[in-house]
Design a protein around this ligand. Structure first.
Ligand code: 9D3
Length: 250
């Protein structure tokens, strides 16, 4: 897969991509990331990439020429027809479903903008899709682009080695994870749950499923509502909620 990124901070992008699962995938040639700076496509001596908004108001707007130049340079180096995606707070919410869609493509271009946004004519002429990473305000699209790249690359065949398979993890409408424990068996007066200390694998499986269903119900009821519960799961949820009442009331 080849991913193009348009960004005013190419070093930030390249630096962040050098580590962990992503860094190894790049080193092993499973994915290429090609970064292009709009400043390199600005025609004037000042390398202008933004200007004041027509109609007035605060902030700056990305001027179309340099941004189109960077997008076109990347598009020319990538396979024909790959989607050009603008990271924007106004975009469609990025979810695991979209990560899976992108992971089967030969590549895509991500445009990370700054300021109040890009000139709308550039968006109309060059952008196929706009994605947001959630309802909070970032100061630019770079960290959103990195989130998209990370979520997509770990789905590529061969990227996750012995680590938990992405198939197992690539849920949508699944449950939150159960709690995890390691040594020491007691820490600051807190013990590892008794059931995990023994070798009763059926009991351990039930405990983990109960925790997963219970946590999901408490923290993310939206996931339960869109997914539903199997019979065993709803039995375990009732147990979880009953045990929580006991914990609360002594
Ligand atoms: C008038 C309000 N503007 C500034 C507070 C809106 C605004 C402009 C530019 C808000 C954020 C940004 C920069 N954000 C991104 O480029 C961005 C983003 C985000 O802020 N939240 C979630 N996903 C994304 S993807 C790109």
């Amino acid at each position: 897969m080849e991913i193009g990124v348009v960004s005013l901070f190419p070093d930030l992008l390249r630096g962040a991509l050098g580590h962990g699962v992503l860094g190894r995938a790049l080193q092993r040639g499973l994915v290429r990331v090609d970064v292009e700076d709009p400043r390199a496509h600005a025609p004037d001596a000042h390398r202008t990439v933004d200007d004041r908004p027509y109609g007035g108001g605060p902030g700056m707007v990305g001027v179309p020429g340099p941004w189109a130049g960077a997008i076109d340079a990347l598009t020319g180096r990538l396979q024909a027809g790959v989607p050009r995606i603008h990271l924007s707070a106004q975009g469609e919410k990025f979810e695991q479903r979209i990560a899976r869609e992108l992971a089967v493509l030969p590549g895509f271009v991500l445009v990370a903008s700054r300021y109040e946004g890009l000139d709308q004519r550039l968006v109309d002429a060059r952008i196929d899709r706009e994605l947001s990473v959630g309802d909070y305000v970032l100061s630019g699209g770079e960290f959103a682009a990195l989130a998209v790249i990370d979520a997509v690359v770990r789905l590529l065949p061969g990227v996750l080695g012995d680590e938990r398979s992405s198939v197992e993890e690539s849920f949508s409408g699944a449950l939150l994870d159960w709690p995890h424990y390691t040594r020491p068996i007691e820490w600051e007066g807190r013990a590892v749950p008794e059931v995990l200390q023994g070798g009763n694998h059926a009991a351990i499986r039930r405990w983990r499923l109960k925790q997963a269903v219970g946590r999901t119900w408490v923290r993310r009821p939206d996931l339960i509502l869109s997914r539903g519960l199997a019979e065993e799961e709803s039995r375990l949820l009732n147990e979880y909620l009953a045990e929580r009442e006991v914990d609360k009331n002594g």
